[in-house]
Design a protein around this ligand. Structure first.
Ligand SMILES: [Fe+2]
Ligand SMILES: [Fe+2]
Length: 242
């Protein structure tokens, strides 16, 4: 993973935000383990710099599912109709800050793993959770961001409920209502799922998304999607010969 490039891109995206406190927020992020933390303990980007890569992936996934609208805003469509317009600043903040809760959250341990080539047991690092600020997930990301900057209602709801119905102990009524009032909640949740399920492997982006640090442009200058179609593993047929 291109960690330095990712840091540069992450900071360039945040520096475009014109909002009081953004520099203090950036300083907080720099002084935390955000740039080195994994995105998870296993499955997706459970590697150094994984959280940073995941945050950028969500930004690319989110921009990729929205359409350029008026005055630098993005349009979120359903059946060809606009259900909400999301300012470009909000798209950036929602994506890049949604997992701020994963700072000061992981710790590195080691375990013995057998080297298949040499047959010897070696110490290998792995991540475990040691949440130093147990304040929840999306709610914690929103609260941390709001220590430094004001969030719009859309940003607050989207970050707070970005886990959608997969949040542990989620109240279906509350999450559903939040999505109806602020469709950006579902947009961010979908982008988060797209990133972790389609784009990310255990130790880096999947091949089709390996060159993502270049990123997509902001609203109004969105580039055409790459012509290479990602290759996904096909599920086995339901019945022989199907
Ligand atoms: Fe999350
Ligand atoms: Fe996420």
């Amino acid at each position: 993973m291109l960690k330095d490039k990712n840091i540069q891109r992450f900071e360039n995206e945040l520096k475009k935000i014109e909002r009081p406190g953004i520099n203090q927020l950036l300083r907080y992020i720099r002084n935390s383990d955000f740039y080195s933390a994994p995105a998870s303990t296993r499955y997706h980007l459970s590697c150094e710099g994984g959280l940073l890569q995941h945050s950028l992936n969500v930004l690319d996934a989110l921009r990729g599912m929205l359409y350029p609208g008026h005055e630098g805003a993005w349009e979120y469509l359903t059946a060809g109709r606009v259900v909400c317009e999301i300012p470009d600043e909000s798209v950036t903040l929602m994506a890049l800050l949604h997992d701020l809760c994963k700072t000061h959250y992981y710790k590195t341990s080691t375990r013995n793993v057998k080297n298949e080539q040499t047959g010897k047991w070696e110490k290998a690092p792995f991540y475990t959770v040691e949440d130093k600020m147990p304040l929840g997930h999306g709610s914690k990301s929103a609260m941390l961001a709001m220590q430094f900057i004001k969030l719009t209602n859309t940003e607050l709801y989207a970050i707070w409920h970005h886990m959608g119905f997969t949040e542990q102990g989620a109240d279906f009524g509350t999450v559903g209502r939040a999505m109806e009032l602020h469709p950006a909640v579902l947009a961010l949740h979908t982008a988060d799922m797209m990133a972790s399920r389609f784009m990310e492997g255990e130790s880096g982006n999947k091949e089709a998304f390996a060159d993502m640090p270049a990123g997509q442009e902001a609203a109004g200058s969105a580039t055409a999607p790459a012509s290479d179609t990602p290759q996904f593993e096909e599920a086995p047929p339901l019945a022989p010969g199907a």
